[in-house]
Design a protein around this ligand. Sequence first.
Ligand code: GLC
Length: 412
Amino acid sequence: MALNYEIRKTPGDTAWFRHDRFGMFIHWGLYSMPARHEWVKNHEEMTNEQYDKYFKYFNPDLYDPKQWAKSAKAAGMKYVVLTTKHHEGFCLFDTKYTDFKSVNTPCGKDLVKEYVEAFRAEGLKVGFYYSLLDWHHPDYTIDCCHPQRNAPDWAALDEGKDLKRYAKYMRDQVTELLTNYGKIDILWFDFSLQGKGKDEWEAEELIATARKLQPHIIIDNRTQIEQDLWTPEQVQPREWVRDSEGNLVTWELCQTFSGSWGYHRDEQSWLSPEMLVRMLVNTVSCGGNLLLNVGPTSRGYLDKRAESALAAMGEWMKYNSRSIYGCTQSKYTAPADIRYTEPEEEGRLYVHLMAYPYYKVWLPGLQGKVDYAQFLHDGSELRFTEKEDGIEIDVPRVKPDSLVPVIELFMK
Ligand code: GLC
């Protein structure tokens, strides 16, 4: 029996997105040089002149997006979203509208172009993150999140600024991004804040500009106008995300390995591989996607910590991706320490053992419904007993060598 959830219809093409479930977020910019958070300019209240030293020396000589794309693919990721411009205002692409771009640093390249080509070649869908905030643009006014928020002369600094010109700048850049790089699958705007929202961004026009160029594109909600994608961040939703009217929506959890989105040299709070797999499983079991972030170094490579986290995901996905791709929240309610996922079309149920049980897995309510059971990772049979109010599956005494073991049930 097919699952037929009523998911809110939106303008973009989200069917592929809900199927693919797992993507890579990439936060890369000048902030990879100070390597102490992508908000460093704000945290340390730096001026443009102070921040310029990074622009002067930015030179990712080891940039090899083909390697990034290989790592993403091997991790089981199906799509990717790169910061073409983060809050610092620095553009990783060649643009006519500012000099503050990678082409004008010692790097000398349009980094977005190589990125798009590399990921496409590996068969991943390609997305662009574009920051609505801009701490460099001359028309961007000082607000509560701005590096100069505490400057005594902030009012003088703001004189002559015109947010309307900034809104036009964004439209021009989005036009470049959606004209010069072929088909783009996702556009990820970030974000609205006190005093700056859909009116200031001229979001309606911004979105219309994007849709006109690429009608199928998936756009997030952070302009303050609801589009295709709801994006909870650094949390773990326990149920399917809904809009304000209670409709189920297409949603994507974005998450870092350690807290910072940009490369952070000294951060020690890295999540374990097991936690990362659980996060993916939890998310899909609530009908969502996971966008897992890497912050490449300023030399342009993914450091060992990131590569090994990706490799661990890949090792698990290699054997268990059947419980992720094309799967969603189950119609059954899982007991404690278990998460269910279910493919939209087929008669299977995936039982994720978040805590490994003692000898037996008890699944209430499934009596008379299951035809055959096996471990997903090695296809080995698991015998089970029918009881009055459920089934009892025998599992080996020792937890299999899998971060989260999965039982695949073939339903009658
Ligand atoms: C937040 C942060 C930003 C990051 C984003 C990712 O909005 O401002 O640094 O890019 O989350 O979702």
